[in-house]
Design a protein around this ligand. Structure first.
Ligand code: PHE
Length: 490
């Protein structure tokens, strides 16, 4: 066990007062230690069992505002008494004029306790000596209170307690301390030596620490719990999702926020007059000048497949515009990364995934955001088919703890068949995203030989059920209480 310099000094002091038994903590006087330092040392010594500590509850009596005022100008009964002594007799109304209505009332009430009561609207004193004596005691009491005297006459404490606002009485606990057997033992086995508790900049500059002993840290000392930094709930969820795919041997891909329409849409066989290409859904960039398409060799290929199709598939049969394919936009889905990655890495088998942000021109409400994340993935393999896709989706959601999942037939221009993934939770069905097998119009023109299954799942939707939120906006509104106390579903 280690004790600090201050604790040691307090303990040594207590050794010297050992014969007195328990002493009040307040009475400890140790050179250059403040009351606070002493009190903190006492608490630590107590937690280490080096002292014995007793608590004594008592009350602290203090003058309150009105009491201070009475001390300055005299107690109301005293002031009335002095006037009466001089005048002999006074009409009650006059008394009230002299003292003011509230203090006049107090003065009359107090004097009535001495048997002085108005007769026929007038007031006078009899036995002045007894009153004078009692008033004198009361004054002395207030003075001794101000001076912090401890031994106060009980009857006067009672008296003033019953009068409003003159004194305040608070319960206080005082600590009484005494060195314990362990404390004595500690001191007898630890010689007094100079030890450094705190290293200060001065000590570093002057090198005065050299050759001295430092107090070591006691790692078992209990400390107050504080809020430390923690990860955002979404960061936790993204990490779990990444772990699941990485552990299955998937390769993580990274894409770009800004993409060509050609990759985001045309390469995925989305026709140029498709409603999803409207300004409604997509943020296009104002570019002004024509931008170079990154893979100019596919422009011809895309034109052909959109206008005439591929093999026995007839295509969309319209005039395809290269200009539209060159337009820049904020990617509306991460499937753009998948198709680009597959084109740049054609050899199968390949399993890919990403968890990245996409942008949609969407009005924000309880279940829609304009910026959201997608859990994207694809498998390019001989083995890729609708069954492996469903199996993968089940494995993925089961790893996150969702056992009850369902598939609904759906439609995307780039997949056939297409299926939406639905999770059943507390009797509700939540749609989490789309998936399917890429159409030949997508894979063949880009030279992909094997079937490709792909999916794009909403991360925020998943977070809502994962963290039990009823409004998607709660995820990003930085509610500190939630950020500190959110619970992971095991
Ligand atoms: N890209 C689709 C979306 O954004 C999801 C999807 C991905 C569908 C891959 C089929 C295949 O909703």
């Amino acid at each position: 066990m280690e004790i600090s310099r201050n604790e040691e000094r307090v303990l040594r002091h207590l050794l010297s007062t050992k014969d007195k038994g328990f002493v009040r903590e307040q009475s400890l006087e140790i050179e250059s230690l403040s009351d606070r330092e002493i009190s903190s040392a006492v608490s630590w010594l107590d937690s280490k069992g080096l002292i014995e500590l007793q608590k004594e509850t008592g009350s602290r009596i203090q003058l309150s505002n009105e009491g201070e005022e009475f001390l300055e100008k005299g107690l109301p009964e005293e002031r009335l008494f002095l006037v009466l002594q001089e005048e002999g007799k006074l009409p009650v109304r006059k008394c009230m004029d002299i003292l003011g209505p509230s203090e006049g009332k107090i003065a009359l009430a107090q004097l009535s306790r001495f048997g002085i009561r108005p007769k026929a609207g007038e007031i006078s004193i009899s036995d002045p000596d007894a009153i004078k004596k009692e008033i004198g005691r009361r004054k002395k009491f207030l003075v001794s209170l101000r001076e912090g005297e401890k031994d106060l006459p009980e009857d006067l404490v009672d008296h003033f307690r019953k009068r409003e606002n003159v004194i305040s009485v608070r319960a206080v606990t005082t600590r009484l301390v005494k060195i314990s057997k362990d404390g004595e033992e500690y001191l007898s086995t630890h010689a007094e030596e100079e030890r450094i508790d705190f290293l200060t900049p001065d000590m570093i500059v002057s090198r005065s620490w050299k050759g001295k002993r430092f107090r070591s840290y006691d790692l078992n000392t209990p400390v107050e719990k504080i809020d430390s930094a923690s990860k955002h709930p979404m960061t936790y969820l993204i990490e779990r999702v990444r772990e699941i795919f990485l552990s299955m041997g998937f390769r993580e891909m990274k894409g770009h926020y800004v993409e060509y329409s050609g990759w985001n849409m045309d390469a995925l066989f989305i026709p140029q007059d498709h409603p999803a290409r409207d300004m409604q859904d997509t943020f296009y960039l104002k570019s002004g000048k024509e931008v170079e398409f990154e893979h100019p060799e596919i422009l011809e290929v895309l034109k052909k497949v959109h206008e005439k199709g591929v093999e026995e598939y007839p295509g969309w049969q319209y005039d395809w515009s290269e200009k539209r394919a060159r337009e820049l936009l904020l990617r509306t889905h991460t499937t753009v990364s998948t198709i680009r990655y597959l084109y740049e890495n054609k050899e199968a088998p390949l399993a890919l995934f990403s968890v990245e942000k996409v942008f949609r021109h969407e009005s924000v409400d309880w279940k829609h955001l304009a910026e959201l994340h997608q859990i994207e993935g694809a498998v390019h393999s001989k083995e890729a088919n609708i069954s492996t896709l469903k199996w993968l989706m089940r494995i993925f959601y089961e790893s996150l703890g969702f056992k009850d999942i369902k598939f609904l037939p759906s439609y995307y221009p780039y997949t056939e068949p297409s299926i939406d993934v639905v999770v059943k939770i507390n009797g509700k069905e939540v749609e989490l995203g789309g998936s399917g097998v890429f159409r030949p119009e997508v894979t063949k023109p880009l030279g992909l030989k094997e079937p490709v299954i792909a999916w794009g799942l909403g991360l925020e939707r998943l977070a809502m059920i994962y963290y039990n939120l009823s409004d998607i906006r709660e995820i990003y509104n930085s509610d500190l209480d939630w950020l500190k106390n959110f619970r992971l579903i095991p």
